[in-house]
Write a new protein. Structure first.
Ligand code: GDP
Length: 197
């Protein structure tokens, strides 16, 4: 179900800018261009709540959005996209420090939504991330993005293959489209199930 309200509460380049922990947090992570800002806007039913991810060389920020849903208030945390083809090693390291400084040290973090373009192969970055989160006991929901680009049958085959690649149960892998709005109810259902577990 669509959230009742959504608003940005903080944008931060490091822990000193994170909001005071309290509400349960769900982080969104994905390769740049996977469709994160589009999906986030769709999830909260707003056209332009989330910013398009910043390009290499600009400051990477984490954005915290307060989302009110029936029976629950939470923070969606938009983490900077990764995987720019030509970033320097230093920039990669900065990204890692920033992300791990959040993911590894945030008691309020209850789940991650990993975005994966339905048509793309899963990379080592994604597999490393899922393993890293599993080691820390942080549950992952995979949002397969841009599902509108495939017809129903190949979409289902891709989704099954990707779920197997990630080693995740079917209920944790949701085909979505920011373009058509498909999958939003199922995605929220998967997130709610993880938060209630
Ligand atoms: P981000 O870099 O992960 O934040 O990705 P964006 O949300 O900016 O999307 C990257 C590109 O993919 C843009 O050109 C979007 O219009 C396109 N895109 C995002 N979501 C969808 C989707 O569900 N369907 C289709 N067809 N295109 C999408």
């Amino acid at each position: 179900m669509r959230p009742r309200s959504a608003e940005i509460v903080a944008s931060a380049s490091g822990p000193e800018g994170f909001p005071r922990a309290g509400l349960p947090e769900v982080a969104l992570l994905g390769r740049s261009n996977a469709g994160k800002s589009s999906l986030l806007n769709r999830m909260v039913g707003r056209q332009r709540l989330a910013f398009a991810s910043s390009k290499p060389g600009t400051t990477r920020l984490l954005h915290f959005y307060r989302v009110e849903r029936p029976g629950r208030v939470l923070l969606l945390v938009d983490l900077p996209g990764y995987g720019w083809a030509r970033v320097s090693r230093e920039e990669r390291d900065r990204w890692r420090t920033l992300i791990e400084g959040y993911l590894g040290k945030r008691p309020a973090l209850r789940a991650c939504v990993l975005l994966q373009d339905l048509r793309r192969e899963v990379g080592d970055d994604e597999l490393d991330l899922v393993a890293w989160l599993a080691e820390r006991g942080i549950p992952v929901v995979v949002a397969l993005t841009k599902a509108d680009k495939l017809a129903a049958a190949p979409r289902r085959r891709r989704a099954e293959l990707l779920a197997a690649t990630f080693g995740l149960p079917w209920a944790r892998v949701v085909a979505t489209s920011a373009k058509t709005g498909e999958g939003m109810t199922d995605l929220w259902k998967a997130i709610d199930a993880v938060l209630e577990a």
